[in-house]
Design a protein around this ligand. Structure first.
Ligand code: ADP
Ligand code: MG
Length: 234
């Protein structure tokens, strides 16, 4: 159930990796719905990038995915489109959690969700360090569909929540800039978060750099179910 994509510029993997050998044709052929295509048009985005073409179909099909492509290749939209499209058929509770290492990246991701999801009435919450805890707690209690967070701060909220929200309905976990997240700096927080998330969910990793920890995930033997090995251990 896992699917790993590496852009042609990077080293081909030994196995368990699908290479995208064709230039993608259109968002229609990737299965993107008309409302989201209209949103893409409003952003002047016409054709999918390689990483988008490689990752969107498996993510729409419910598979896990590791997307590896250089900075600026459109990785945000590669996960935002499948999330928004799946969300529109199940708009209940916190549907997706997007983790990213810095608050600047969190706000950038949130902006892309806002533009793409404008017609869908989706609510996002950005939960990052250095901002007011109370205001964030209110946002989390306001039933967001997508939470975009840095690991430390969302764990602070999980630990202190009064039960007004939880992650019990999360269907989609994204580790953006996964190479920077899967380091000792964040390991405690990630362990805590994985325990708080349902096991029945999709997980995807996006990264510009393949680190040994990510290579291990991409090349681990397939297992029953759709969870990746490191998540199983948590
Ligand atoms: P990455 O995460 O891979 O570094 P981003 O997701 O931040 O890249 O995207 C970089 C820029 O490319 C953004 O401004 C985004 O709107 C734009 N972009 C994304 N997908 C496309 C596309 N298919 N065509 C043109 N521009 C795109
Ligand atoms: Mg990015």
């Amino acid at each position: 159930d896992r699917f790993a994509f590496k852009s042609r510029a990077s080293q081909p993997s030994k196995r368990d990796t699908t290479q995208c050998s064709q230039i993608p044709s259109s968002f229609t052929s990737l299965g993107i719905s008309p409302p989201l295509q209209a949103a893409l048009k409003s952003m002047s985005i016409k054709l999918p990038t390689e990483v988008q073409a490689a990752c969107i179909p498996p993510l729409l099909a419910g598979r896990d995915c590791i997307g590896n492509a250089k900075t600026g290749s459109g990785k945000t939209i590669a996960f935002a489109l499948p999330i928004l499209q799946k969300l529109s058929v199940d708009p209940y509770g916190i549907f997706a959690l997007v983790l990213t290492p810095t608050r600047e990246l969190a706000f950038q991701i949130s902006e892309q969700f806002a533009v793409l999801g404008a017609a869908l009435n989706i609510r996002t919450a950005v939960v990052v360090g250095g901002m007011d805890m109370m205001a964030q707690a209110l946002e989390l209690g306001n039933r967001p569909h997508v939470v975009i967070a840095t690991p430390g701060r969302i764990v602070d909220h999980l630990r202190s929540t009064s039960g007004e929200w939880d992650f019990s309905r999360v269907k989609f976990l994204v580790l953006d800039e996964a190479d920077r997240l899967l380091t000792p700096t964040f390991s405690q927080e990630l362990g805590y978060l994985f325990n708080a998330l349902p096991r029945d969910r999709q997980t995807c990793l996006f990264t510009a750099t393949l680190t040994p920890s990510i290579e291990t995930l991409a090349e681990a033997p397939p297992r029953p179910g759709k969870q990746m090995p490191f998540i199983r251990r948590m």
